[in-house]
Design a protein around this ligand. Structure first.
Ligand code: TTP
Ligand code: MG
Length: 348
């Protein structure tokens, strides 16, 4: 049986939250994150977008386009709280939820009425949080995400399997998952500008040029996407731990084990397309007492060297070692997508 997948994305998220909490901002061009001249715009209300303002634009440029806009600083604690409230609404409708960013998630609703569920989700978000979300319903993640973006704000868009191929044809190739500016250029060189051009292209040639990615975009161009909705909490962590057959006191051995965990975690992060910022080492002693120590990096990483070196640093410098060690664990958390602009602009 075919799947049904929902993608929901909040509208002008940070700006909408600020407008909700201060009615004097409603209907006005609100720009979040461009307070200092060296700052970057996180998002803008739809009123401000009419001036051409968009996420990731420099504050300087935004102020030229919209000098009388209202520029507000970010209040991340508040947006995270609202994000959790949104998530708890989603959890009423599916236990298979994949949060993608602070304001976006996929739900697998296979076997149920996804349009009804989509309406309920939008209704709950409106009634309980006084915010709007745009929701896409389709047969897979790629099409559901495409759908949620089609009638923003406050949209509810359905892409049915039989209409997908025609609907995709005239869209620019940047709508295909994974086609960023550099791949766009490469595809342009082949005369490929629209998704329809990908459909008409020789799949094997795409694969010979782009490898795995070539076959992916070919499938996407026909609306085919088998990726599952991967349940996870947004602040999920990935970890490895091991209880030793006998309690260990040899630091070289422990460091060596840590290297193995770091290798596995790095591989896992790369295959899932994540970067991490926080590394945690857990130690359980022979007497069963436990200690954990963490370190958060300024820049996100997925490299084995980073994870191992930080892990080793934590292990060798930050523990009491009042007993031999029974269990050792290494966890990475603070997961983000590398191309996730939320994190990027926060770091600036
Ligand atoms: P988006 O969902 O991309 O944007 P949005 O919700 O503001 O607007 P839309 O209606 O088009 O969905 O991102 C969600 C939030 O993440 C956004 O409100 C602010 C933040 N963000 C950044 O901080 N920097 C960025 O570059 C982007 C794209 C988003
Ligand atoms: Mg959004």
């Amino acid at each position: 049986m075919g799947r049904s997948i929902i993608h929901m994305d909040m509208d002008a998220f940070y700006a909408a939250v600020e407008q909700r909490d201060d009615p004097s901002l409603v209907g006005k061009p609100i720009i979040i994150g461009g307070v200092s001249d060296r700052g970057v715009v996180c998002t803008a209300s739809y009123e401000a977008r009419k001036y051409g303002i968009h996420s990731a634009m420099s504050a300087r440029e935004a102020k030229k386009l919209c000098p009388y806009g209202i520029y507000l600083p970010t209040d991340m604690e508040k947006y995270k709280r609202v994000s959790r409230e949104v998530r708890s609404i989603l959890q009423r409708y599916s236990d298979r939820i994949e949060p993608v960013s602070i304001d976006e998630a996929f739900l697998d609703t296979t076997g149920r009425d996804p349009i009804h569920i989509a309406k309920r989700i939008k209704g709950d978000i409106r009634d309980e949080l006084r915010l709007t979300a745009s929701v896409g319903v389709s047969i897979n993640k790629f099409l559901a995400k495409l759908a949620s973006d089609m009638e923003k704000p406050d949209g509810l868009t359905i892409i049915r399997e039989k209409e997908a191929v025609e609907l995709l044809k005239p869209l620019p190739i940047t709508k295909l998952w994974g086609v960023g500016p550099s791949m766009e250029k490469e595809l342009n060189k082949l005369g490929i500008y629209y998704i329809g051009d990908v459909q008409g292209y020789d799949r094997d040639v795409l694969i010979s040029i782009f490898g795995q990615k070539g076959s992916e975009i070919y499938d996407f161009s026909y609306g085919i996407d088998h990726r599952p909705v991967e349940e996870r909490a947004a602040n999920q962590s990935i970890g490895e731990e091991e209880t030793f057959r006998e309690d260990m006191g040899d630091m070289d051995f422990l460091v060596e084990r840590l290297a193995t965990y770091a290798m596995n975690l790095s591989r896992e992060l790369k295959s899932r397309g994540y970067l991490i910022r926080t590394i945690t080492v857990k130690v359980k002693y022979g007497d069963f007492s436990m200690e954990t120590r963490s370190h958060t990096l300024a820049l996100a990483t997925n490299s084995y060297e980073d994870i191992f070196k930080i892990g080793r640093y934590i292990l060798t410098t930050r523990f009491e070692f009042h007993d031999r060690i029974r269990l050792l664990g290494l966890t990475v958390s603070n997961l983000i997508y590398p191309e996730d602009p939320v994190q990027l602009s926060l770091d600036i």
